[in-house]
Ligand binder design. Structure first.
Ligand code: ADP
Ligand code: MG
Length: 385
């Protein structure tokens, strides 16, 4: 594995595997600091490829494409957790890669991820791994009702089935094609939150404030971040848990850790994402260092300073549904009206086609108080319909 011997200063080239919106916002942050950028993504119109100095248009497993990315870039990161760990390992032999293949491999697999939480002593939902019919038959009854989740490739609620009985569990495992799964006990959630941590190669950790998240149909809809968000003890516990999870992985880069707060006030970890996360987007406008700048700093070996949130914030996800009128015809959302509201910051990802459920952009809303930010968020949501 290649490591940095000295910080990569502006003027160097930073590479990213994946050309989605997270890659695009990484590219913007890197370029703002004077770096050149290289994106690897097969799609010629990928959001990040469109704005990068270099765009290698191949798949993640294309040896020539990976070699070209390594030739162009002085260090490489990823914006997509399902990039094959073999691609990261191949790049890691040529260039410093962060996060490392081993850490990404843990985040790619819910069974490994949960085993890591247990190893770190951070409480997670009671669960069982189901890879064989014997393991299915041996599932303890007290894990039901539960949620069956495919171990790999799940996101935005996909690859999950809620089950109440052993018979439903067996049918659900059939329905996902008997692939490796975890069954998690269904927990009584009071709320969901997440925290972004950044860890440097020297082990130094900084974090953003803990975000409170609201999901709709399995997709993040709203994030709010302000002092009255969460009890202080819960926020402190989440930050400590996230840091021990990152440290236990010897992680270098930006890591998002999602948590549940249960109705009895206790905190359990849900999952990790080895990259900036949708729930950290508010940092672009509400903090003095964004999660994307943290990604640049960690991969370049620059110093990490503790980010400071200067404004209470709300983040509204903008899904493709907003581009369709009630009668199904295409429309442009009312940006001028939305942007007339004070403290609204529009981020669009440059995706050509709007589709229902597709993440097209987000709106960050800042104000001098949480109440004012919430009032603006409600007005913006009403305008967007
Ligand atoms: P994804 O990878 O799709 O984000 P998650 O594991 O985060 O998958 O699950 C999606 C959502 O389902 C969570 O944000 C939460 O609302 C709900 N959920 C997941 N696991 C549980 C659980 N054990 N108990 C209750 N709700 C859960
Ligand atoms: Mg999740």
């Amino acid at each position: 594995m290649t490591t940095l011997s000295a910080p990569l200063l502006p003027g160097s080239t930073l590479g990213v595997l994946g050309g989605g919106q997270l890659g695009r916002m990484f590219v913007h942050a890197a370029q703002a600091m004077g770096y050149f950028t290289a994106v690897l993504d097969a799609d010629p119109t990928s959001p990040a490829g469109l704005v990068s100095h270099h765009h290698v248009q191949t798949g993640y497993e294309d040896a020539a494409g990976l070699a070209e990315l390594a030739r162009l870039a002085d260090a490489v990161t990823t914006e997509f957790e399902n990039v094959p760990a073999t691609a990261l390992a191949a790049l890691g032999a040529l260039r410093p890669v962060s996060p490392a293949a081993g850490a990404v491999a843990v985040a790619q697999d819910r069974a490994q991820e949960k085993a890591h939480f247990v190893r770190c002593g951070v409480a997670c939902a009671p669960y069982a791994v189901i890879e064989t019919a014997e393991q299915l038959a041996a599932v303890p009854a007290d894990l039901l009702p539960g949620i069956l989740k495919t171990a790999r490739m799940g996101y935005d609620g996909k690859g999950q089935v809620r089950v109440k009985t052993a018979a439903e569990l067996a049918a659900a495992w059939e329905s996902v094609g008997r692939v490796a799964c975890v069954l998690e006990k269904m927990l009584p959630l009071a709320l969901e939150c997440s925290v972004i941590v950044a860890r440097g190669a020297d082990g130094a950790c900084v974090h953003l404030p803990v975000q409170r998240n609201l999901h709709r149909d399995g997709i993040l809809a709203v994030t709010e971040v302000h002092a009255a968000n969460l009890p202080d003890t819960v926020a402190r516990q989440a930050i400590a848990g996230a840091i021990s999870i990152a440290t236990g992985l010897a992680y270098v880069g930006v890591l998002c850790v999602e948590f549940f707060v249960l109705q009895d006030g206790s905190l359990v970890v849900n999952e990790i994402a080895p990259r900036p996360h949708n729930s950290g987007h508010y940092s672009q406008n509400a903090c003095d260092v964004s999660q994307f700048e943290l990604q640049v700093r960690t991969m370049a070996g620059l110093p990490l300073t503790q980010p400071r949130q200067h404004s209470p914030a709300f983040m509204l996800n903008l899904l493709g549904d907003l581009w369709f009128a009630a009668d199904g015809s295409q429309q442009t959302p009312p940006w001028a009206e939305v942007l007339a509201l004070p403290g609204t910051h529009l981020h669009l990802y440059g995706k050509r086609d709007a589709k229902r459920g597709r993440k097209m952009g987000h709106l960050n809303i800042t104000a001098d108080s949480a109440d004012a930010a919430r009032a603006t968020a409600l007005k913006a949501a009403a305008l967007l319909g």
